[in-house]
Design a protein around this ligand. Structure first.
Ligand code: ZN
Length: 157
């Protein structure tokens, strides 16, 4: 094939405890173009061997997924300096002047401090994907120019 492959697949994603983290439970496949970094590397490298109709369970260690946790990204902020009064664990905030930067997640809080975690929620987590490939095709020239796959049913942006 002249252009890279676009792979469309259904998946469910679980953590080592078997908790469901994410899935294509609406039945709409996820599509990606190979070789452009659209997918986590440890999943893409295993999926290059798969073709339409293949169903597999794939284990991706965190080093090939969202990386190790970085404890220097965990900050404690005085509660009275924090602009939001109603908090719950798991709330996400954009901090500082970094639009589009990774959000900080409220990891903990008490009367005096708020603990914010800038790690990706899946950093340090080994992932298990159950995948089913529903289509593979050659990327269109337009997709190649854009550097990403368009939707399973055609252009979607
Ligand atoms: Zn595009």
């Amino acid at each position: 094939m002249a252009n890279p492959r676009v792979v469309s697949f259904l998946y469910s994603l679980k953590d080592p405890g078997g908790n469901l983290i994410d899935s294509t439970d609406d039945g709409e496949p996820f599509s990606y173009m190979e070789g452009v970094g659209q997918m986590i590397p440890g999943l893409e490298s295993q999926m290059t061997a798969l073709n339409k109709g293949d169903k597999k369970t794939l284990h991706v260690p965190f080093a090939q997924a969202y990386g190790e946790r970085d404890e220097t990204l965990v900050l404690e902020v005085p509660r009275d300096k924090f602009p939001v009064k109603e908090l719950k664990i798991g709330d996400q905030f954009q901090v500082g002047n970094t639009p589009g930067g990774p959000p900080m997640t409220v990891a903990d809080f008490n009367e005096t401090t708020v603990t914010l975690d800038g790690n990706h929620p899946l950093a340090g987590v080994d992932l298990t994907f159950q995948v089913e490939v529903v289509e593979t095709r050659e990327a269109t020239d337009q997709e190649l120019a854009h550097g990403h796959a368009h939707g399973h049913h055609g252009h979607d942006h």
